[in-house]
Each structure stands twice: as structure tokens, then as C-alpha cells.
Write a protein that binds this ligand. Structure first.
Ligand SMILES: Nc1ncnc2c1ncn2[C@@H]1O[C@H](COP(=O)(O)OP(=O)(O)OP(=O)(O)O)[C@@H](O)[C@H]1O
Ligand SMILES: [Mg+2]
Length: 453
């Protein structure tokens, strides 16, 4: 049985591309490739069992100049898919002291991510029951149980029945939120602070050492005063924890990560290395060698159990302007059969990037200025002038792609950003003349633009 996750898994390639289109301009090939790869996971889960194991993921390599959307595609894809997804920089395993941070830790991060997904889902399942139990516990605090035997009933009413009635009255008040501010006193367990072993956080450990420590360490408890509202939240978490079946969650998370997990390996080009004995190259080759089994499929021990990486999808990205994919180990090259190229962005792309995406730069700045009561309006020729400046500076100095737009817009609005609070309610029209006035000087002087833009 395929594990059911939430709806995003059901997205068709077209829907995935559409969703990516809302944030990223152009780069159609890359969007299509990742969309197909994501859908293939869904398909694989639906083929007959015997075949399922044979279907290997088609790992993707995205290549293209800097600042054209590689990482952005991964970032948006992560939000979209609802599948376990992590993004790591290949370079982080080459840093000084390499062989310290082991490459397998990326698989553990993936499982961690899957645990989060499954836990959230399971939480939703037990929440209602947990709320019910919490409510009873709060009522126990507010209306202590009726004395049972002694205090012989001189009154006409049975104390038990009266107690029940009071309790129900309190329940109604509790539900109406009338008791939220009342103080109650509850017992809380103090968790021992996480122990650090040799400077390494316990999250990196293979075993659930923290869990083991938690079991051995004596627990200290204390009584705390808090409002009913706070106590309710606190107890709800306790009840949820109590109702969750950790073993089941771990097993399902591992299965989910195995079947649908995606690891985005950014900066893969930076671990490409010539066959030399320079120490940096040796370190890069080391990372490649360690990476290979994980990409090929191996078993990794995590604190939640063993995970097999045979079907994990890898999407690699890199600028590859100095190195080429052929500088990678042949085995590794072979593991990324789908190659997509992202193209350089044109001036027209810049115009669209400035205005179209959901959180396009001009929209962001407009919203930011609006908080000061200043309405900014960009005219079309202003946008075009900005795109033009960005394009030219990229050509005359260094091509950093769409990142140039950030420096351009920041420079353009520097004065306004400073003055806005003192301007009162007003509208500022930004046209081509405004853009030229503020940017022409810097962009004409190549040295100046190197520093400022
Ligand atoms: N095609 C695009 N559409 C919209 N925004 C883009 C596009 N390309 C880049 N950007 C913006 O530019 C910034 C840099 O892009 P991104 O991080 O994706 O670059 P990259 O291709 O990963 O570059 P590098 O090779 O340097 O890692 C992002 O904040 C993103 O919003
Ligand atoms: Mg990047």
C-alpha cells in the first residue's frame, strides 16, 4: 500500500510547473524535469509490487550560470511537494575538518524531515482525543472530585450528583473561554538539558542517545502556577505525546523517506576535482566517493532505524562554469542521467522577474513602504530602465544573474527607505527619469558599480 500523504503528492507535472511558474521566470526545461521526477515517485508507488523495486529514480543534474534560479526551483519545489525533502550544499562536507561531518548525515536529515511530516499527520489524528482528555484534566483541577463516603448525606441531594452538575457547569464555562484567565497549579516535568558529546550535537548520532539519556536521568518535577489557557496548551502537548505511537511513526517515516524522499544536492560542481594531489582536490574527491554509495543505494543507520536509499531521488545543481560534469567521478556522472540546462537571463526576463512572481521585488518594496504610509508606483519605463541597468552591469562587471536586481533595487530605493517615515502619507511615482537619476552615475563608473551594485 502506498503511504498516503497530503494532497500535494497528487500534483500532476503540469500543475507542478504551473505552481513553479508563479515564482520563477523561464527555465522551462528544468521545471519540466523536476515535475516529471516528482510525479514518477507517485507512479512508482502504484505499479505492482514486484516491479516497484526495479524502478530506479532518474536523478537530475541542473546546470546553469549563477543566479538564474537553480536553488530557487528547489526551494519552491520543497514547499510544494509535501514529500520529505532536504537541500544540502555538497561543499559543506569538504570544509576544514572534513571526514568529521559525514555525508550520510544528509540521509539522517531526510528521515528527520519525514518524521516531521508523519508526526504532523498523526497529531491531527489524535488531537481530538487529546483535547477531550485535556478538558477532563482541567476540570479535575477546577472541580476537585466529590468526597465519596464520609459527610453523610444530610441534604436531599446526592453529593455525587451535585458534583456532576457543578462539573458540567464548569465545562460549559471552560468551553466558552470564561475560565481562561484562572490560575491553576500543575506539576511539570523538567527535561534534562541536551548533552553535547565532543562538540557534536546529539541530532547527529546514529542512535537515539538523547532518548536513552532521558530514560536514565532522574526527572525532576516542580509545581507551576499558570492560567487555565496555558495549562490547557501544556497538557494538550502531553496528551498528544502520550497518544502518539512513536514506533509506528518511526517506521512510517522511514518508509516515506525511502519511497518519496528527495535530496537536493546544491553546489555539486564545487566538489568536482581534477585528479591531482592538492589537498583541496583530495577532499573533494573524498566527498564524491562518500556520496556515491548513497546515490547508488545503500543502507544508512539513523536514530529511527535503518533506511535504504535505493529509491531516494537526488536533484543536483551547480553552475559548472569552471568544472564540467565530466570532472566528476564517472560513476557519479552516471547516476545523474537527466541533465537540464538553465539559461542566462535576458533583459526581458529581468523585467518579468521584477514584476511577475508572487513576491517580486517591486511588490516587496511597495508593501514595505506602504507600512510607512508611502505608496510607490513603478511606471513601465522605470521597470525597463532597472532591468536594463541590471543587464548592463552584469555584462560590464560580473554576471550574477537575477541577484543583480537586488542590489539595483536596493540602491534605487535607498533614499526613499531612509526618508519614508518622515514623508507622511504620500505617493511617489518612480519613472525612468527617477531611475536614471539614481543609477546612471554609479553604473557608468565601472569601479564604482563593482563596489556598490
Ligand atoms: N528565473 C528566475 N525567476 C525569478 N527569480 C529568479 C530567477 N532566477 C533567480 N532568481 C532570483 O535570484 C536569486 C538567486 O537565484 P538562485 O539562488 O536560484 O540562484 P542559483 O541559480 O542557485 O545560483 P548559484 O549557482 O549561484 O547557486 C533568488 O533569490 C531568486 O529569487
Ligand atoms: Mg544556488
Amino acid at each position: 500500500m502506498p503511504i498516503k500523504t497530503d494532497a500535494p503528492q497528487e500534483l500532476t507535472p503540469r500543475e507542478i510547473v504551473d505552481a513553479l511558474d508563479r515564482h520563477i521566470i523561464g527555465q522551462a526545461d528544468a521545471k519540466r524535469a523536476v515535475a516529471i521526477a516528482v510525479r514518477n515517485r507517485w507512479r512508482r508507488q502504484r505499479v505492482p509490487e514486484e516491479m516497484r523495486n526495479e524502478v530506479a529514480p532518474k536523478n537530475i543534474m541542473m546546470m546553469g550560470p549563477t543566479g538564474v534560479g537553480k536553488t530557487e526551483i528547489a526551494r519552491r519545489l520543497a514547499k510544494l511537494t509535501g514529500a520529505p525533502f532536504i537541500k544540502v550544499e555538497a561543499t559543506k562536507y569538504t570544509e576544514v575538518g572534513y571526514y568529521g561531518r559525514d555525508v550520510e548525515s544528509m540521509v539522517r536529515e531526510l528521515v528527520e524531515n519525514a518524521i516531521g511530516i508523519i508526526r504532523d499527520r498523526e497529531r491531527a489524528n489524535v488531537e481530538e482525543e487529546a483535547r477531550r482528555r485535556t478538558q477532563e484534566r482541567i476540570l479535575d483541577l477546577l472541580v476537585p472530585p466529590a468526597p465519596t463516603h464520609f459527610e453523610a448525606s444530610t441534604e436531599e441531594e446526592d453529593p455525587q450528583a451535585r458534583h456532576e452538575r457543578t462539573r458540567e457547569k464548569f465545562r460549559a464555562m471552560l468551553l466558552a473561554g470564561e475560565l481562561d484567565e484562572r490560575q491553576v497549579s500543575i506539576t511539570v516535568e523538567q527535561k534534562a538539558t541536551p548533552v553535547m558529546v565532543g562538540g557534536m550535537g546529539l541530532e547527529n548520532m546514529d542512535m537515539d542517545l538523547q532518548g536513552m539519556l532521558d530514560k536514565i536521568m532522574p526527572k525532576s518535577t516542580s509545581r507551576r502556577e499558570m492560567t487555565v489557557l496555558e495549562a490547557g496548551k501544556f497538557m494538550l502537548e502531553q496528551e498528544i505525546d502520550g497518544l502518539l505511537d512513536t514506533e509506528k511513526i518511526n517506521a512510517q517515516a522511514i518508509e516515506l523517506a525511502e519511497d518519496l524522499g528527495i535530496i537536493f544536492l546544491d553546489e555539486l560542481d564545487k566538489i568536482a576535482a581534477a585528479e591531482t594531489s592538492k589537498s583541496a582536490d583530495v577532499s573533494r574527491q573524498g566527498v564524491q566517493r562518500d556520496l556515491l554509495p548513497i546515490v547508488e543505494g545503500t543502507t544508512v543507520q539513523t536514530r529511527y532505524g535503518y533506511i535504504n536509499t535505493d529509491h531516494v531521488l537526488f536533484i543536483a545543481a551547480g553552475a559548472f562554469h569552471r568544472a564540467t560534469p565530466s570532472d566528476l567521478m564517472p560513476e557519479l556522472q552516471g547516476r545523474f542521467p537527466i541533465r537540464v540546462e538553465l539559461r542566462d537571463l535576458t533583459k526581458d526576463d529581468f523585467i518579468r522577474i521584477l514584476t511577475e512572481p508572487r513576491s517580486a521585488l517591486t511588490k516587496q518594496y511597495t508593501a514595505l513602504m506602504q507600512t510607512e504610509g508611502v505608496t510607490i508606483e513603478f511606471t513601465d519605463d522605470a521597470i525597463e530602465a532597472m532591468a536594463d541597468f541590471a543587464f548592463k552591469v552584469n555584462q560590464s562587471t560580473q554576471n550574477i544573474g537575477a541577484r543583480r536586481l537586488y542590489t539595483i533595487v536596493e540602491r534605487l530605493l535607498e533614499e526613499l527607505s531612509f526618508e519614508a517615515p518622515d514623508m507622511g502619507k504620500t505617493t511617489v511615482k518612480i519613472n525612468a527619469a527617477y531611475v536614471n537619476e539614481r543609477l546612471a552615475e554609479v553604473t557608468e563608473d565601472e569601479d564604482l558599480s563593482r563596489f556598490i551594485l
